[in-house]
Design a protein around this ligand. Structure first.
Ligand SMILES: C=C1C[C@]23C[C@H]1CC[C@H]2[C@]1(C)CCC[C@@](C)(C(=O)O)[C@H]1[C@@H]3C(=O)O
Ligand SMILES: O=C(O)CCC(=O)C(=O)O
Ligand SMILES: [Fe+2]
Length: 354
């Protein structure tokens, strides 16, 4: 509880009131989600039939709820294990060291305990560490992030997480191809937008909680980003809203969870749903997850391909840049289930007032 005590006063073994979520958020999930588990092996080997099969599954899942899992994804199991281990090394640090990389206002990067420095109610029962990733720089950005912000003794942690991010970026780029195929556009359609983009890597630690039914690890939201590739540990706690109810995503250590985010919804002209999801906590076990958010290059325009817009007959979203959207979520709006429509309204009203 050290991480909570450092941020919030008055912890007495119960859940402080700013961690208690209103009743309507606390509806439990009864069922397990039968989302598709897409085998990527044939697609990654360039086999045509397997690619078409994978694209069909992805298309169906993205139109329904924006969520699927992938197996045979090419990321070594041992790298995933090591990344989890190194994230633990960070979260086990004494609080004063974690706070030395505390997020600064308006920035996505750094350590955050329950986001208590940003919000005053509906606090999430988690601590997070977020850092940027880019593969085409002359220096190892993640390793440098750790050595210059956490300490020289974190070089090895940084190097492992750098390799993990490298694998995520590579897989993310392949997923943009599969998504393009599934939308019926050129498979390289989205490459240019994402290739040079900065991705967001976020490590999540959800401590066990005395009263897990009163709070949430991460409240209901759609990721504002484009494609999220998540690995959850064996504990379980990720829920997806599908068929009008919350459903549990049972952990599968060999699988990676893929979510469509708001920015990809805009790129698909609204055909693909941004996945509404949340994470719950439990009384006995802490839970960890690694979330890699693939983002477009900051100042390039996010706009659905003309072929799609022509076929659909209308353009659902105005053009915007990821840097503008990211700024909206860090300065003006706490990401939730309606971030994209509210961003569009904000964009349009700021155009008319200027
Ligand atoms: C652009 C972003 C905003 C958040 C971090 C990245 C990607 C996901 C977003 C987030 C996780 C969605 C749930 C709410 C949030 C506040 C959180 O609980 O962490 C979001 C992130 C954030 O603004 O820090
Ligand atoms: O921890 C999880 O399972 C989900 C985390 C999440 O949704 C996020 O970080 O955006
Ligand atoms: Fe999320």
């Amino acid at each position: 509880m050290e991480w909570v005590r450092s941020e919030v006063e008055g912890v007495r073994g119960h859940v402080p009131s700013n961690f208690v979520w209103p009743k309507e958020y606390l509806v439990e999930a009864e069922e397990e989600l039968e989302g598709p588990v897409v085998d990527l092996d044939g697609f990654l080997r360039g086999e045509e039939e397997a690619t078409q099969r994978a694209a069909r599954l992805v298309r169906e899942a993205c139109m329904k709820h924006g969520f699927f899992q992938v197996i045979n994804h090419g990321v070594h199991q041992s790298l995933i294990r090591q990344a989890h281990h190194q994230m633990d090394t960070f979260f086990k640090l004494p609080i004063h060291r974690k706070l030395s990389v505390h997020k600064t206002p308006g920035s996505v990067w750094g350590y955050s305990g329950a986001h208590a420095h940003r919000f005053s109610s509906k606090l999430p029962w988690k601590e997070t560490l977020s850092f940027p990733y880019h593969n085409n720089t002359s220096h190892p950005v993640v390793t440098n992030y750790f050595t210059s912000n956490v300490g020289q003794d974190f070089e090895h942690v940084g190097m492992t997480l750098e390799r993990y991010c490298g694998s995520m970026k590579q897989l993310g780029m392949k997923l943009t191809e599969l998504l393009a195929i599934s939308l019926g556009v050129d498979r390289m359609q989205f490459r240019e937008l994402f290739e040079e983009g900065w991705s967001i890597m976020r490590c999540n630690n959800y401590p066990s909680c005395q009263e897990p039914r009163l709070t949430l690890g991460t409240g209901p939201h759609c990721d504002p980003t484009s494609i999220t590739i998540l690995h959850q540990d064996h504990v379980g706690g990720l829920h997806v809203f599908a068929d009008n109810k919350w459903q549990k995503v049972p952990p599968r250590l060999d699988a990676l969870v893929v979510n469509i985010g708001d920015t990809f919804t805009a790129l698909s002209n609204g055909r693909y749903k941004s996945c509404l999801h949340r994470a719950v906590v439990n009384k006995y076990k802490e839970r960890k997850s690694l979330a890699f958010f693939l983002c477009p290059e900051e100042d390039k325009l996010v706009r659905a391909p003309d072929v799609i817009v022509r076929l659909d007959g209308t353009k659902q979203y105005p053009d915007f840049t990821w840097s503008h959207f990211l700024h909206f979520t860090q300065k003006y709006y706490r990401a939730d289930e309606a971030t994209l429509p509210n961003f569009i309204k904000w964009l349009q009203s700021s155009k008319t007032t200027n």
